[in-house]
Design a protein around this ligand. Sequence first.
Ligand code: C2E
Ligand code: CA
Ligand code: CA
Length: 734
Amino acid sequence: MSDAHHELPPACRTVTPFPARSRLLVVDDEPLILEGLTRLLQTRDYEVTAAGGGCDALIALGKQQFDVVLLDLGMPDLNGTEVLRFIADRSADTPVIVVSGESSIDAAIRALRGGAADFVRKPYEPEELLRRIDNILARRRLEKENNHILQRLQQSEKWHRFLVNSSPDFIYTLDSEGRFTFVNDRVETLLGYRREELLGQHYSMVIHEDDIARAEHVFNERRAGDRNARNIEIRLKCNPGSRRPRPMNCRCRAVELTATGMYDEEAGPFEGRFIGSYGVAKDITERKQAEETVHFQAYHDLLTGLPNRALFRDHLGLMLAQGRRNQKPLAVLSLDLDHFKVINDSLGHTIGDELLLAVGARLRQCLREGDTLARLGGDEFAVLLPTLVSRSDVDHICRKIIQVLSRPVYVKGHEIYISVSIGACVAPEDGEMIDSLIRQAEIAMYQAKTQGRSRLQFWESGMQAPYSERMQVESDLRRALARNEFVLFYQPQVDTVTGEVHGFEALLRWWHPQRGLLTPADFIPVAEESGVIVPLGDWALREATAQLAAWHKAGLPPVRLSVNISARQLESPDFVESVMRALQVHGLDGTHMELEITESLLMRDFEANAIKLGRLSATGIRLAIDDFGTGYSSFKYLSRFPIHTLKIDQSFVQDLEREENISIVNAMVAMGRGMNLNVVAEGVETEAQRARLESMQCPEIQGYYCRAPLSGQDATTLLRQHVRGFGAAERAAG
Ligand code: C2E
Ligand code: CA
Ligand code: CA
């Protein structure tokens, strides 16, 4: 709907209509005339009040407002002239038509002078009288409307002025010479100038020196319409003399500017004369500072203020590109303090931190300006030497570093001796990839440590990453567990035909403080290798049961929750106890808990597993064979486990077009049915796959087609909606 009203400010939109019926007061001491007039007027749907004399008229006028008064002049109690005066004094805008028997022109003039709007002589011509009344009412309506509009306009101007002045943005206009002709109040708090101080001044007075050239084009923008300057960042200078406290003691403020040229619209469309410009400047200082802080934090180590790994990688990338151009080799050093952990543990973190600061400062002394020194974490530093002549340069610098660091460091009364092991590699000789160069230097550094510390080792091809690196990742994982950085996500397993949620699979995620949300591929292998998977898997079990209990408590319908179990977990001697404990804490039995174990894992220690899983299944816990179809187990063995569910591996589902896969999946579903097992097809991504699985009578599916793994909260929401949805469907069916 197009409505011209849309362009108007809201205050101008409506013009209040007149009250539906006009109110008339008729005053005459002659009852017959009074009645005649009243009746005449009533034929016109006026609301008529009759007054049989001057006094009655005053009473009526005191009670309410009239739109028109018909007034006789000669009346015994109070004559019309008095009434007229009363009206002129009290409600000047009420129009009066004098209806009088006096025929002299003099009487008419007197009446009009006394404030009457019109004069009609008795005996009146009814049509004529009505026409005059209509005229007056129409005029009055117009006047009222005009008044109303005027009031609204004044209101809206006041409103605009208020908006402009209370705007959080700096708003200004410039004349054609670039001098301020208007600035709003905001300038006082923003820049510390009073408005009068700026009016008439050239805008360059408030522009930061370095931005003047740019400002010429934007602050005093000449273009109008769509091509005007929008969201240009520029710095404004604060009043150096102002004693007003400036936020954060800034000498300048960063603003985002939108400016437009103004043209004389009186002139024709092509000869519009430039008369100045106006602009709005939004203060973005705090945002800029926040951005800078975030940027700094993202690229620097907060303890030492040195570049971190990300910035080091950046620099290295840049220097590699430059090195390729000028054919100069560069070196990457990895430095690690020897026995730092011992010092940190025995003297405490505060002293450890001080020591790292001191080491950073000493390292800096050994380097040139263009070299990059970074702290990669813990007691590990890295150095980038961007231009080298030969390996002996590296040798020379490292000798210096080792020597400088061999002098004792004094921290809070402690005399601390420290040494450093250094690994180095040289590009392009040892490679040209950022990460592999850093890794190679690290590997060389570990080598230096095993060869007696406090020395330099160049990287050589064939060097292996030492065991201690894995220990690092392992301790990261343990720390993450202690700091509660792991979460479970839940992926629904739904009815292939109706979509009803029957269960969820709990999937681990790691909220890594630096790297963000990590999926199992990023950490499960190390967790398994290092054994951290045991406490981690135990945590997942406890977390999953807690979620199950919470859903139970919230009155949501019972669903199955599947938890993945890894080899080390299953093999650990108190596996059965830890599962039972997790359930007991929440007073749950096992009927809604399912454990997902891969086929090959089950077969690994067949007898022992059969006993453990037998004990668990006695409590009602269900067992699912994960990644079913990828192992080589025979059904004869499988049938000795208390299995409830087969999970058809994604690889079969993903390529359901292939004849071979169709028959395998068909066979697996048929087997499941034959053994009275639930079958869940994993990794279902398309409607075509779902439909295929439906035609094969596969009861349940899981995959992105239904839902990606959800946070606990989202899974709960889904479950809630589901109850409602399916409840309604059932009611409708019943
Ligand atoms: P999985 O048991 O085979 O889990 C299914 C994986 O498929 C999940 O990956 C899931 O996000 C992903 N997926 C779901 N729908 C689709 C789909 O439509 N298309 C494709 N391409 N993928 C889909 P995720 O979460 O990355 O987990 C990977 C593996 O990590 C899991 O494979 C499981 O073996 C392991 N894992 C996850 N959580 C745990 C846990 O708590 N404990 C242990 N031990 N292992 C876990
Ligand atoms: Ca699984
Ligand atoms: Ca699987």
